[in-house]
Write a protein that binds this ligand. Structure first.
Ligand code: NVA
Length: 310
């Protein structure tokens, strides 16, 4: 079993399935008002270089609900790479806490933290990947359709969320169709890795430029912001580039039964119309809710004491 949760691609289909089942169980227990103590006395350091609502609150609440505690660290206080080295931060934290969750610009930074830390490191989003979101999305889709039978279309920017979805699909054997502008295609290394995993799982992975082609007959249509955190200065240019990828009524006519997904923050009238985002086919708040449970399953898997009560 990997020490860290940096990418869904590091985990086997069986391990992801086990975490999915645990997440489903945790959600039922939570909804029934039960609060387990599986992480009693455990602590998680949370390091954020970028803004966060869902990741921050779901990790902090998740730790507290399982009997543990989270500690918020901000980059200006820690000074990774300026005040002290990545290795020293990772090694010090490892002496105090049971796990580290980090949201950083550079994916290499999360990898370096994981390499030096002796405790598990969880990727809370980097420019390259967003694996916790993908786990919550797996849980959300699995409630409706068996993942190996599901067809998912992702429209928009081929970056972190798209990358984790394509890797997720590749591990679990799902069909995913990506539609992005030519200059915003998913990373070649991610696509190559997804191809290798798909050869084992039987996943169908495709890319095209045309959103209408990608969505035809799918079960889920997924989109993400056109302006990711850190790209604010390019906002105007990006709105022009991605305009044809908006999820709107005309597009969803090609997949009338599709459920609509978005990792949020969402921009009504940009990547998706408000009417659809707030409509009956939207799964956005289920996805957000499942962040809590999917991440608890990850936290337990990585940080739980062998003796902890169920
Ligand atoms: N692609 C978006 C995802 C936000 C959860 C970003 O990186 O800002």
């Amino acid at each position: 079993m990997p020490k860290d949760f940096l990418s869904v691609a590091d985990w086997s289909a069986q391990e992801l399935q086990q975490m999915l089942e645990r997440a489903q169980q945790l959600r039922s227990l939570h909804r029934a008002g039960e609060r387990l103590q599986t992480l009693q006395g455990r602590t998680l350091a949370m390091y954020f270089e970028k803004p966060s609502l869902r990741t921050h609150v779901s990790f902090e609440a998740g730790m507290a609900q399982l009997g543990g505690q989270a500690i918020l660290l901000l980059p200006e206080q820690v000074g990774i790479g300026t005040r002290e080295s990545v290795a020293d931060v990772a090694l010090n934290l490892s002496r105090w806490v049971d796990g580290i969750m980090a949201r950083t610009f550079s994916h290499e930074l999360v990898e370096q933290l994981a390499q030096h830390a002796t405790v598990p490191v969880i990727n809370g989003l980097t420019d390259l990947l967003h694996p916790c979101q993908a786990m919550a999305d797996l849980q959300t889709m699995a409630e409706l359709i068996e993942p190996r039978k599901a067809r998912l279309a992702f429209l928009g920017d081929g970056n972190n969320v798209a990358h984790s979805l394509v890797l997720l699909a590749a591990v679990v054997g799902m069909e995913i169709r990506l539609a992005t502008p030519k200059n915003h295609q998913p990373d070649v290394h991610v696509m190559r890795r997804a191809g290798e995993l798909a050869a084992v799982s039987g996943a169908l992975i495709s890319w095209c430029e045309d959103p209408a082609e990608a969505v035809a007959g799918v079960d889920f249509i997924y989109t993400d912001t056109w302006i990711s955190m850190g790209q604010e200065e390019e906002a105007q240019r990006r709105r022009g580039i991605f305009a044809a990828y908006q999820v709107n009524q005309e597009l969803v006519r090609r997949a009338p039964d599709a459920w609509l997904m978005h990792c949020q923050p969402a921009h009504r009238g940009e990547e998706i119309t408000g009417e659809l985002l707030d409509g009956p086919r939207s799964l956005i708040y289920e996805q957000a809710e499942n962040r809590l449970h999917a991440q608890k399953a990850v936290l337990e898997r990585l940080m739980r004491a062998p003796s902890a009560a169920r």
